[in-house]
Design a protein around this ligand. Sequence first.
Ligand code: IPM
Ligand code: MN
Length: 351
Amino acid sequence: MNSYKIAVIPGDGTGPEVVREGLKVLEAAASKFAFKYETVNFDFGGERYLRTGEVLPASAVEDFKKFDAMFLGAIGHPDVKPGILEKGILLKLRFDLNQYINLRPVQLLDERFCPLKGKGPADINFTVIRENSEGLYAGAGGQLFKDTLQEVAIQESINTRFGIERCVRYAFEYTRKYGRKKQLTLCGKTNVLTYAFDLWQRTFNLVAQEYPDIKTDYAHVDAITMWMVKNPEWFDVIVTDNMFGDIITDLAAMIQGGMGIAAGGNVNPDGVSMFEPIGGSAPKYTGKNIINPLAAIGAAALMLRELGEEKAADAVEKSIREVVTGKIKDLGAGKMGYSTTEVGDLVVKGL
Ligand code: IPM
Ligand code: MN
C-alpha cells in the first residue's frame, strides 16, 4: 500500500476551516482507494508572526523536503503589512523548494455559476501554466533615495533560458497528457517586452519542434484577457510568465465561478509540491462556517494526482462536480445553502 507524508499549513483566516474539509475528503479517499498517509501540521502564518516575530524558521525549507506533498490553506493577515507574509512564506517556499510551475486548471462545472452570457461547461475548460520562480517575482531591483522627491524604484523581470525552457517543456508535456485539444498557447507581450518575450518565444518555438502532435498558438497578455471573456472555448493549455500568470488566473477563476472553486498547485516535478485554494484568507468570513471549501478540496484532488493517485483524484473531482451541479445553490461564501462542513460532508458522501 502506498503511503504519503503530507505537510499541512492551515494558515490564516478561513485557511484552517477549508483545510479541515480538504483533509476530511482525503481521509475518505484513502480508505476507498487503499492508500495511507500521515500529516504533520505547521502553524506558519500571520498569527504566529504577530506572536513570535518569526515569519518562517530557518529549518522549515529543509523540513518540507522530507514530505511527499504540502497542503496549504491561506496566508495573509489584516494586521500584517502587505508583502511580509507573502514574500516570507508563500514566495520563499515556492522559490526555495523549486516549485517552478504554478498549475491552475480552470473548469466551469455548471452554467449557473458563469458570469459570461451564453457560455457553459463545454466552453470554459482550460489550464494555465504559470512560471513560478522568475519574472518580476524574482525580487531583482531596489530603491534609491527613499523618502525623497528623487526616489527611484527599480523592479526587474528576470527571464532565464533555463527557467523558461523547463516551464515550457512542462507545458508541452502537460498538453500532451491532459489537453483536450492538444493545443498550447504562449501568452506574452512580444510587441513591447521585446527582450523577455523574444526569449520566451524563441524557446517556445524550439521546444515545440519536439512536440509535432501539439498545436501551438500565441496571444498577447492584454488580448488574452479579452479572448478569455469573449471566446474562452479557444483555449486548452496556456503557458505564461509569473506576473501575467498571476493576473490572468484571477480572471480565469471568475469565469469558472469564482474563488470558492479555484484550486492551484505549486509544482516541483522532481520534488515536493504545494497545493492551495487560491482565494486567500478571506478574514471577514473567518470562523463562521460559511466559506466554500470546494477550492481546498479541489486542491487536495490536484495533490492526489501529483502523488500518482489518479483514480482517487478523478473520484474527488467527480464528487465535487456532482455537489456543484446537483446540490449547491451558489459558490459564494454564505450563499451555498450549506455550511462549510456540510459541503465537505457532501463531497465525502459522493465518494
Ligand atoms: C497567487 C497569489 C500570490 C501571488 C500572492 C499572495 C503573493 O496572488 O498565488 O496568485 O502573487 O503569486
Ligand atoms: Mn494571484
